[in-house]
Design a protein around this ligand. Sequence first.
Ligand code: HEM
Length: 81
Amino acid sequence: MFGVVDDKPLPVCDYAGFAPFGFGYRRCPGEQLTIQVFEDFLRKVWNSGIEFHKLDVADPEPLPIGPTTVIADNVGFIRRA
Ligand code: HEM
């Protein structure tokens, strides 16, 4: 089952083995908000020609970005001319 708004099926991005927002009755209610935010973010990055670069920072601080993931706080971005 998936949501339908104005006859348009909302995106569904899960299958057995990959269900980042869960399944069924207790499925994440933040799913559509999250998809929209990522869409806006990727559109902004693409349309503005934003490029991400590793910064030359001595001893960058460890930055937790998920329950099991820590990255170095040394990522910056520039806007392509
Ligand atoms: C990358 C972003 C997100 C991911 C991967 C995610 C993933 C999940 C997952 C796997 C569940 C459990 C679903 C289940 O039990 O079948 C869940 C539940 C939930 N999520 Fe999210 N979520 C995200 C963002 C959000 C946001 C932005 C909100 C609120 C604005 C939100 C609100 C909730 C709530 C309230 C529940 C509990 C639903 C219930 O137990 O009935 N989530 N989420």
